[in-house]
Design a protein around this ligand. Structure first.
Ligand code: AMP
Ligand code: MG
Length: 349
């Protein structure tokens, strides 16, 4: 999780109270917060007039609320309907609103060697991570996990062409939890830009994309410490960059002294257990979101290979022992709050 440095300004409120002077660009951050996509969304806009900022924020909230219901794999909506039809193995026309999302998920899954696998919805549901409140129950039985892993659902089982979806594997079910936030953030930034907003951070539960600057300085953000309450490191952002973190602390349950979390290794069906968090910086939020999930599964052994295939240039991974793995370009950018005990520097990506 990434924490945006909060600069709270009551400017919108002030503007509402005074009912005047609201069309001037303001030299301060303006904020809007709302719940969508299962998380707190925090929008910060800098240097726009309050009327424009307010209008854009309202439209953004509406967009995110719609996307939330469209993309939910396990609640009524177009993705759930798509999953129902995929199970029939009949070719069918997919809802046009889903095509960009599905084709991007399929493309990126291939580039990650299937470690980001958006069609393991059955496995995610078996572990109980599909519902917002997981029931307090033990992990699923090994036999049920193995049965799904053997069916090996993969995006290579699917053809998406001319708006038609064809599926050859009955175990295929989309769960876009590993990239939906990124895709929504990209659409959100596009919306802000159509309103002429050039300086903003769109932060969805700690994962974000930033455009422009915070006045006379770059945007600065903090990366959460996966094993503590504070910030692990700070990063200054370029004019258009996304920072996404996948962590084992985001959704998990404990059973018999073991932590079971929500990022599943499609190769064995169990939560990937070699690392505690992975942070990726990339231009677009969709790729950053996918890459953080994929590199979490890849772990210390494989992350460099998968990062190269996905075209990622900045990665920081914290392994189980607390060792920081990163590439030299990332090391140039992070400022640690406390110097880490061990850093393992990779070759340049
Ligand atoms: P993130 O927090 O972006 O890493 O996404 C985690 C979410 O993605 C989980 O809650 C699941 O919905 C889904 N997921 C879990 N494992 C995978 C995986 N290997 N590939 C793609 N999506 C996954
Ligand atoms: Mg992700």
């Amino acid at each position: 999780m990434v924490l945006a440095h909060p600069v709270r300004a009551g400017l919108l409120l002030l503007c509402l109270l005074l009912k005047a002077g609201c069309s001037q660009p303001v030299d301060q951050a303006q904020h809007r917060q709302f719940f969508a996509l299962g998380t707190l969304v925090d929008l910060t806009i800098y240097g726009s007039d309050t009327a424009t900022a307010g209008q854009a924020a309202t439209e953004l909230e509406r967009l995110f609320t719609r996307l939330h219901s469209d993309w939910h794999a396990w609640q009524p909506g177009i993705l759930q309907e798509t999953n129902r039809r995929l199970a029939t193995l009949e070719t069918f026309p997919v809802n046009p609103d889903l095509i960009p999302l599905l084709s991007e998920s399929n493309r990126l899954s291939r580039l990650s060697n299937g470690l980001f696998n958006p069609v393991i919805g059955e496995l995610v549901a078996l572990w109980g991570f599909h519902s917002d409140a997981r029931p307090d129950s033990p992990p699923p039985g090994d036999d049920r996990i193995l049965a799904l892993v053997r069916q090996a659902p993969s995006v290579t089982d699917i053809t998406l062409q001319d708006g038609q979806l064809q599926n050859r594997n009955p175990a295929v079910r989309y769960d876009l939890g590993g990239m939906a936030k990124g895709f929504a953030v990209d659409r959100g930034i596009e919306l802000l830009q159509t309103h002429g907003i050039d300086n903003a951070i769109l932060n969805a539960g700690g994962d974000l994309r930033a455009i422009g600057r915070h006045g006379d300085r770059p945007w600065r953000i903090g990366i959460r410490d996966p094993r503590g309450p504070g910030v692990l490191a700070a990063i200054e952002l370029g004019a258009d960059e996304s920072v996404f973190t996948s962590g084992d602390y985001e959704r998990f349950f404990d059973h018999g002294g073991t932590r079971y979390h929500h990022i599943i290794d499609p190769r064995n069906g169990y939560p990937a257990n070699a690392v505690t968090s992975v942070t990726v910086i990339h231009s677009d939020a969709t790729t950053a979101d996918v890459a953080a999930t994929a590199l979490f599964v890849a772990g210390p052994e494989l992350w460099e290979t998968i990062a190269r295939q996905l075209g990622i240039r900045y990665v920081m991974l914290v392994d189980n022992a607390g060792t920081i793995h990163m590439n030299p370009a990332m090391q140039q950018r992070v400022r640690f709050d406390t110097e880490p005990a061990a850093i393992h520097l990779s070759k340049p990506l």
